[in-house]
Design a protein around this ligand. Structure first.
Ligand code: ZN
Ligand code: ZN
Length: 219
């Protein structure tokens, strides 16, 4: 077994499973309660529900891309206010193998979820429709947590996982100015950040060096 694989396996065995599974348990419980309320209120047509879940999934992809590209990768200010997640993400780039903060903290995700749900309710005029949109968003979020974990600490060898692991590690180790999507390359295609320049030499060219430099400034 190669050293890289041993290291990944050893890291995987040290993972705090309670922290890892906490958001899945919390949001599954919340969604179960919300869906029970929708069913009690008379339910929704199957096709309309499926369309809304797909739309919710798309909004996750857009959210993930926009926040990753325009919030998490901002140049941090030495003093004063930095946007939520900015410093945490640059630390993640500086040390992608860290076992600290394996996933987004509930204190960060709950306000976003509440805001999204209220916005979805206002946009559709239906609290039930908002539940289905929100379900799509959470499905995307779960996929994101799973793939980010697999990229850095996971040992899954499924084809899809290997594709997304490579995709995300190219953002980390090749060029941090491209490949912002974690659960889908769709928005990288749409916003022109899919293409990767071939390396000309050095091990850490371009954006990776930039991200590592930014990470060094973060404490
Ligand atoms: Zn990562
Ligand atoms: Zn990043």
């Amino acid at each position: 077994m190669s050293r890289e694989k041993q290291t990944r396996l050893e890291r995987n065995q040290q993972v705090d499973r309670f922290q890892l599974y906490k958001p899945y348990a919390f949001y599954t419980a919340a969604l179960s309660l919300m869906h029970a309320a929708v069913v009690r209120g008379g339910g929704f047509s199957r096709y309309a529900a499926a369309a809304l879940v797909c739309a919710g999934l798309l909004t996750w992809g857009l959210y993930e891309y926009a926040v990753h590209r325009w919030v998490l990768h901002r140049e941090p200010k030495a003093e004063g206010f930095n946007l939520p997640g900015n410093l945490t993400h640059l630390r993640h780039h500086a040390d992608p193998n860290s076992l600290q903060r394996l996933n987004v903290q509930l204190s960060e995700s709950v306000p976003v979820c509440v805001a999204y749900y209220l916005l979805a309710w206002a946009a559709t005029g239906s609290w039930q429709a908002a539940v289905y949109l929100y379900t799509g968003l959470i499905a995307g979020y779960f996929f994101y947590e799973y793939l980010d974990f697999q990229a850095h600490h996971g040992t899954s060898r499924g084809r899809l996982t290997r594709y997304f692991r490579k995709y995300h590690l190219q953002h980390h180790h090749h060029d941090a100015t491209v490949r912002f999507g974690v659960t889908s390359p769709l928005f990288d295609y749409l916003f022109g950040t899919f293409h990767i320049e071939k390396r000309r030499g050095g091990a850490h060219a371009g954006g990776a060096a930039q991200a590592a430099g930014a990470g060094r400034n973060v404490s």
